[in-house]
Ligand binder design. Structure first.
Ligand code: SAM
Ligand code: SF4
Length: 465
């Protein structure tokens, strides 16, 4: 890990001065920015700095209205479903907020064998999942990096009746460019990496030892992934470590850098907020805890700033918070999740979890709730399998065509879920949500949707365009 490049796109001084200059929020200026945001072309770092200072309840309400508009125009009511699979809680790092950190003695350690990964995959497929996020501590079991490749191969090989995992996304510690090339060849969907905090001083205080202590190795990892051909990448600060406004502007700089260098920004942004973790005082009293009100602003501002980028919310958050943020911009959620290795096949062992979950419901309950809120749970994996990734996906997303393509795909994949896994209550909530969505669609996507859903009802699976 010598020769680490410096993340010189990150300009702390510019962030600090932008935040200092936006002391009193000028309502006219905010409204001008919101009008620009409604054009769905994104916002500048400066605009984001201004929106981050909005406190006046009327202006916040206007900002939320604009975010709802953007969410609906681009995504419609779709919410994509996924689940994490934790392959290991063994870790060489000392992230003071995480239960998996090396020195934490209060945790039972476990790395799954490939057979155990297969059992976990089977349990997720039996819930109805099609998308998985493979995740774990920074320390691969015996075979090293090859373990990760073998795990992905094994996951894709598991078939359960008509169920299977069709997209494996990965969230693992930074890799070398060659390793990223191998990961790409293993047919992953998105490579996700959270910078945790873009504030260098805070980063040093939070990451005491291990490879992760090297800020720049992490901050340049997405460059290496993209150089290796992985064009769907996911970013995310861990909210609670530094001032959230700082993180938002730094995130904008990171995205701006990727756009300049690779012609495309990130595919997704995750919004993890600190949760209590076993044996971690920092996780219970984080230095910059984000309030619920500010957390909603974060989602809304991101939706306006990068309208075509997916926003992911995990089960860290409660059902109420997840519901409140669907409309403001969240486009992907996990459901029925466990954050301990082996947690699906043997649910009793939750002591080994990474953090406390806010949402403990089963996938079926989450899906029903999403449908009852008037959204359409989607299990679609079409884009990545059709090669619509990176800039190609963004071309599709930017003019709002995503609704034409993804709308019908969401409905057919939801129909597949309901027929194969849905409880009676979920099916009845789902049918209502589908009827409402079909009625709201324009003629062409409505015809496609109806044809695709008919095929699913007749027994065909994996129907997409
Ligand atoms: N170990 C790898 C790494 O750190 O990059 C893989 C990801 S780690 C298992 C997943 C993410 O969990 C971290 O990037 C961090 O943002 C988040 N995390 C860690 N401790 C947390 C906590 N107490 N509350 C919420 N999220 C936490
Ligand atoms: Fe390890 Fe990741 Fe947890 Fe840090 S956040 S201790 S690297 S699992």
């Amino acid at each position: 890990m010598t020769n680490t490049q410096r993340a010189d796109w990150l300009d702390e001084a510019r962030i600090t001065s932008a935040l200092a200059m936006t002391g009193d929020t000028d309502a006219a200026k905010v409204r001008e920015i919101l009008a620009k945001a409604r054009e769905l072309k994104g916002l500048s770092e400066r605009d984001v700095a201004t929106l981050c200072t909005v406190r006046d309840p009327d202006l916040v309400a206007e900002m939320f209205d604009a975010a709802r508009y953007a969410k609906n125009e681009i995504y419609g009511p779709r919410i994509v479903m996924f689940a994490p699979l934790y392959f290991s809680n063994i870790c060489t790092n000392e992230c003071v907020y995480c239960a998996f950190r090396r020195s934490n003695k209060e945790l039972d350690r476990k790395a799954l064998s490939l057979d155990e990964i297969e059992s976990e995959t089977a349990a997720l497929i039996d819930q109805g999942h099609k998308r998985m996020l493979l995740i774990g501590g920074e320390a691969f079991p015996k075979s090293g990096f090859q373990y990760l490749l073998d795990a992905i191969e094994r996951i894709y090989s598991v078939k359960r009746g008509r169920g299977e995992i069709r997209r494996v996304n990965v969230n693992v510690a930074p890799l070398s460019t060659d390793q990223f090339r191998d990961l790409k060849a293993a047919q992953i969907g998105t490579y996700q990496l959270f910078q945790e905090t873009y504030h260098r001083k805070t980063y040093a205080e939070m990451h005491l030892d291990g490879p992760k202590a090297d800020f720049d190795w992490r901050a340049t990892a997405i460059d290496r992934a993209m150089e290796a051909g992985i064009d769907d990448v996911g970013l995310g600060p861990l909210f609670g470590l530094a001032d959230w406004r700082f993180e938002m502007l730094a995130l904008m700089q990171h995205i701006g850098h990727l756009e300049d260098k690779f012609g495309v920004g990130c595919h997704t942004i995750s919004v993890p907020r600190m949760e209590p973790a076993v044996g971690s005082d920092v996780s219970i009293n984080p230095p910059h805890m984000v309030s619920d009100d500010d957390f909603k602003k974060i989602v809304a501002i991101l939706r306006l700033a990068v309208p075509y980028t997916g926003i992911i919310m995990s089960t860290r958050e409660t059902a109420e918070m997840r519901r409140a943020t669907f409309e403001l911009g969240v486009s992907q959620i996990s459901g029925g999740s466990r954050t301990n290795p082996g947690g699906y096949a043997t649910p009793a062992e939750e002591q080994a979890a990474q953090f406390t979950r806010g949402d403990h419901r089963s996938l079926d309950e989450v899906v029903r709730d999403v449908a009852e809120c008037g959204h359409v749970p989607s299990f679609c994996t079409a884009c990545y399998r059709m090669g619509r990734t990176g800039a190609d996906f963004m071309d599709l997303a930017k003019p709002g065509l995503i609704r034409e393509m993804c709308g019908p795909n969401a409905l057919s994949s939801f129909m597949e879920y309901m027929m194969d896994y849905g409880s009676d209550d979920t099916i009845s909530a789902g049918e209502k949500a589908i009827t409402a969505e079909i009625a709201a669609m324009e003629a062409k996507p409505r015809r496609w949707s109806e044809t695709m859903m008919r095929k699913v009802r007749e027994g065909k699976r994996d129907v997409f365009r």
